[in-house]
Every structure is written in C-alpha cells, then in structure tokens.
Write a protein that binds this ligand. Structure first.
Ligand code: ZN
Length: 338
C-alpha cells in the first residue's frame, strides 16, 4: 500500500489517547483507520480552542468573524495537556513522535505511525520565546505563528468566502523573531493561517522552504484561507510545498460546507498546484477532525480512494508517491536540523 504523510490533523482535540489508539465510532482519524488507509506519518496539531463567533451567512458566501486573542496563560495550560496526549499515544505503542527524518524513515520501516508535534497558533509560547526552547526539546518540529485569531506574534487570516487572504496586518516583531529562532532550531513554520501580509512577512524573514500544511488554491475556490497564484509561485520558488486540505468550503467553487463534494475537487486542487509550481511541490494536508471533508474520502481509511482518483486523473505511480509521501519527506529534511 502507498504510504501517506498528512500535513494536518486535529485528532488530539477530539478524543483521548485510549480512544485514538483503539478506534472510535466518530471523527476521521484513529489508529485502526490510519492503518487501513496507509496513513504512515502526519502532523498532529495542538490547538487551543476559543469560543468562535457565529458564522455569518451571505447571499454569495459566508464570513467567520475572528475570536479575540486568548487570555494570557490559557494556551500554555491547554497545550501542555494536549501535547501530553500525543506522548501518551506513544506510551500506548500507537505511534512514535518523530523529531528527525531518520526517525520518520524508521517508523515507515517498522510500520508505526510517525507523528510530528505541531502548535497551531503559538500562544503557548511567550513573546520572549523561552518556552519555545522547552517545546523544541520535548519534540516540537512544526508551528503556525497564528491560528487565525490575533496573538503576540501576528494577525491571522479571517475566514471569508468569497474573499482574498488580504485581511489585515501581518507578523509582529515578536513574530519575526519567532520565525528566526524556528529556523535556527529547525522547526517548520506553517503559513496556512497567515493572511497575505503575514505570508509575505514570513517569506521575507525565513530561510526555510515556505510550507502551507493545509490550504487549497484560491484560483479554484476563492476562500480567504486559500493561496493565490502569487503565493503559490513564492512557495514554488522556495522549493516548499502545499498540503492540499480536504476542507469542503476551501475546495468548492461555491464555498459550501457540504460533504457531498467529489474526489475530483481535491484532485483539481492538486492538479492546479502541480501545474503551477511542479508536482514535487504539492502534497496532502487533510485537516482530519478539523473540518467537513468530502464523504467520498470519509476518514483516514479513505485515503486510497483519493490516491486512485489521482492515478485516474493521469498522475503516474511515481508522482502519486511524491504527492503522498516523498514531497513531505524532502521538505522536512530541508527544514529540520536532522
Ligand atoms: Zn487549521
């Protein structure tokens, strides 16, 4: 079976370690379904939720207003527990937390799911970055400076359809310092929830390839969370990648949050990015357990159906292998220190 590396899931938000290890009746990702679908590696998000203002429906789309910044201390406490859950999964033998490409390769050889610890929004880290050192020592290898709501490191992208990613100010000085220290430590900096200004701030600051772990193409679906062709070009020029998200409203030209979204929609976004910046710069970033995904995929067990759809669309076996695994491995190797 073709192994898959997936750029983003929110499973740690949804269930305890025992349920993720043994399997659960709902949601998208647990160990039995990962095994069934060939999910062999993935970025596991630690995300501190806050009460989200209600979605505003419009005639031609929607707007999701941003929640305010978190109160100090909330994320630090929440994120410690959620990260602990990932290490509990390791203790259960359900997965291994990987800190290097050598460890990821070993997971693949051993048939054990390799999990990358990711902070989606860096609120758990103080603006002086002292906690970053501890998180890195514990295994953190990926972070997004912001999940869309504002924090000390910057402003994120507000959710809008239709609407461009140009929704406000970008990274702060603390945000730029965070990017530089992540470069030094070999921690991937995720562009997925940055707005347009923040994206260009990141591009001007980072020395690593530009990576959007879970986004789609704005040219096909004009959601503010998606990447414009100019952003794709910058990602291509840096030899980074885009993990195509399976998020219905980011995939669909009408922006509807509808699970009745065909596999062809995911394939079209993969195809667009491949044609624009090269097949070696497109990969997968499901957003399992974080969004409405196409029923045709359903959950992690449905990944082979997506790979079949890519083959049916004309991607060669080699190209499908790159999209599913090789491209992520290359970018992680170029970003991490080992
Ligand atoms: Zn996200």
């Amino acid at each position: 079976m073709q192994p898959v590396f997936d750029g983003h899931n929110d499973a740690l938000l949804r269930a305890g370690a025992e349920a993720i290890a043994a399997g659960r009746p709902d949601g998208h990702l647990d160990i039995p379904r990962a095994r069934a679908g060939g999910l062999a590696g993935g970025i596991f998000a630690v995300f501190t939720p806050s009460e989200e203002p209600e979605l505003i429906e419009r005639e031609d789309g929607w707007e999701s207003p941003l929640p305010p910044a978190l109160a100090p201390g909330v994320a630090a406490e929440y994120a410690l527990r959620a990260a602990g859950r990932l290490f509990r999964l390791q203790e259960l033998g359900a997965l291994r937390v990987v800190r290097s490409v050598a460890e990821l390769d070993r997971c693949l050889d051993d048939g054990v799911l390799g999990a990358v610890l990711h902070l989606e929004g860096a609120e758990a880290i103080d603006p002086e970055l002292e906690a970053l050192e501890l998180w890195h020592a514990a295994g953190l290898r990926s972070l997004g400076p912001v999940w869309s709501r504002p924090n000390a490191f910057g402003h994120g992208v507000a959710g809008r359809f239709p609407g461009t990613p140009d929704t406000g100010a970008g990274l702060t000085d603390a945000g730029r310092a965070l990017v530089r220290r992540c470069n030094e430590l070999g921690v991937l900096v995720d562009a997925s929830h940055l707005n347009l200004t923040g994206f260009w701030d990141l591009a001007a600051t980072t020395e690593a390839p530009l990576v959007a772990t879970h986004s789609c193409a704005y040219a096909l679906a004009p959601a503010s969370r998606n990447l414009t062709d100019e952003q794709l070009d910058a990602i291509g020029a840096s030899s980074g990648l885009v993990g195509i998200a399976f998020v219905a409203p980011f995939l669909r030209a009408d922006g509807r949050d509808d699970p009745d979204t065909p596999l062809a929609a995911v394939v079209a976004h993969v195809r667009h990015v491949a044609e624009r910046i090269g097949v070696e710069r497109v990969a997968l970033g499901s957003d399992f357990d974080g969004a409405t995904i196409p029923a045709a995929i359903g959950d992690a067990g449905g990944l082979p159906r997506l790979l079949d759809a890519l083959r049916d669309d004309g991607f060669s076996a080699d190209e499908v292998g790159q999209i599913a695994w090789g491209n992520w491995r290359r970018v992680l190797a170029a970003t991490w220190r080992s």
